[in-house]
Design a binder for this molecule. Structure first.
Ligand SMILES: *[C@@H]1O[C@H](CO)[C@@H](O)[C@H](O)[C@H]1NC(C)=O
Ligand SMILES: *[C@@H]1O[C@H](CO)[C@@H](O)[C@H](O)[C@H]1NC(C)=O
Ligand SMILES: [Ca+2]
Length: 366
């Protein structure tokens, strides 16, 4: 967890674009590693602070085999929508067929402050690599049971979405236009990313949501023999996403972001969509744990103000990272050039001043 958190924490502090560039682009690899190691060590000290977690599985927000009554009984805690279907082994959000969308939504709003969701899922289909789509999403949102373009949920949603995006729309689009990535690092899909919506932020499907993402990671989750899991933790306004997809029973960091403000009383859900390309998108289980966190009195006081609209602190800084990623090679070159020239200039001035000073001092001595 430390690695992901450290880089984000660091973002917060390094406001100057130059520092960002310095950190990301120029610093030689070795010193970068040492630097990263130092930050890791430091942030680990901070990360292991006083809070200890106690977990309780909350059955009313969890979904597991044999899915008793799901999709048939009105008394079930979960409701199906669209093409979603329950079988003995899974809740299939979409079958491996074109233009389907399906979802499963909790009926009960969740009033927990701190929670953790473990998602056991499976994405598989006939399509070859990159001939499959579009992916699935896990939700904690104000709205429920809405159809739409965001992995089978409505656009401009209010709340948190964690997406497993299996199709690189942007890359394919650029490819079709025979454009090449300039300085933007191409992504490896499937890609897991998180987004917080406030009711008026649109998910840009053509760009795979890059402009609104909080962070993400690649995750080769398709057509695997072993079980694949996604882990979403929301504690003290800190959002952590991890994945376990290698069959090693180990959580791998995906993203870790402080200052994520989500209201209580939203609904959990999972949805998926297929287009021209398709996949089976299966949920095997959703396990929601209530986390008991010991808060200091100061923290309690800080949390008196109830959150009404989801938001993310320092979103502009997260964006800055995003823009900087898209900075062209030329502008980086000139920024660096002028920075170096500036340094040389300062050194020269310094030397001149210094020699004047020593000179005048020598004169005074004589
Ligand atoms: C939602 O977020 C956007 C972008 O951060 C902001 O411009 C807008 O005012 C926010 N809307 C609400 C209702 O808070
Ligand atoms: C989503 O919000 C954007 C900007 O607030 C707006 O232009 C767009 O029409 C909205 N889309 C839907 C489907 O409501
Ligand atoms: Ca996509």
């Amino acid at each position: 967890m430390a690695a992901a958190s450290s880089s984000r924490e660091h973002y917060k502090e390094s406001k100057s674009p130059f520092i960002l560039i310095f950190r990301e682009k120029i610093m030689p690899c070795k010193s970068y590693l040492i630097f990263a190691f130092l930050i890791c060590t430091v942030s680990r000290c901070f990360a292991e602070d006083d809070h200890e977690l106690e977990e309780f599985l909350k059955r009313e927000y969890s979904l597991s085999k044999p899915y008793q009554g799901v999709g048939s009984l009105g008394s079930s805690h979960w409701e199906l929508m669209g093409d979603a279907m329950v079988t003995t082994d899974q809740v299939r959000l979409t079958p491996d067929m074109q233009s389907r969308q399906g979802a499963i939504w909790s009926r009960i709003p969740c009033n927990l402050k701190d929670w953790e969701m473990q998602v056991h899922f499976k994405i598989h289909g006939q399509g070859k690599k990159n001939l499959n789509g579009d992916g699935l999403a896990i939700w904690y949102s104000k709205e429920r049971m809405q159809k739409g373009p965001v992995f089978g949920n409505m656009d401009n949603f209010t709340g948190l979405g964690v997406f497993v995006d299996t199709y690189p729309n942007e890359e394919k689009h650029l490819e079709a236009q025979r454009k090449r990535y300039t300085s933007r690092t191409p992504r490896i899909f499937p890609f897991v990313l998180a987004m917080v919506g406030n009711g008026s932020i649109s998910y840009d499907h053509e760009r795979d949501g890059r402009s609104t993402e909080l962070g993400g990671c690649n995750a080769m989750v398709r057509n695997l023999k072993h079980d694949t899991f996604l882990f979403i933790r929301y504690v003290r306004h800190r959002l952590t996403v991890m994945i376990d997809i290698d069959g090693q029973h180990e959580w791998r960091d995906c993203l870790d972001i402080p200052g994520v403000r989500l209201p209580q009383g939203y609904y959990f859900g999972a949805s998926a969509i297929t287009g021209d390309l398709s996949d089976n998108h299966d949920i095997i289980s959703l396990k929601l744990y209530q986390l008991t966190v010991f808060r200091s009195q100061k923290e309690e006081e800080e949390e008196e103000d109830e959150i009404t609209i989801p938001s993310v602190d320092n979103m502009d800084l997260l964006r800055l990272g995003e823009n900087e990623e898209g900075m062209s090679g030329i502008s980086i070159f000139f920024t660096v050039l002028f920075s170096i020239l500036g340094c040389i200039f300062l050194i020269v001035i310094g030397l001149v001043v210094y020699s004047h000073w020593t000179e005048s001092r020598r004169k005074r001595f004589y």
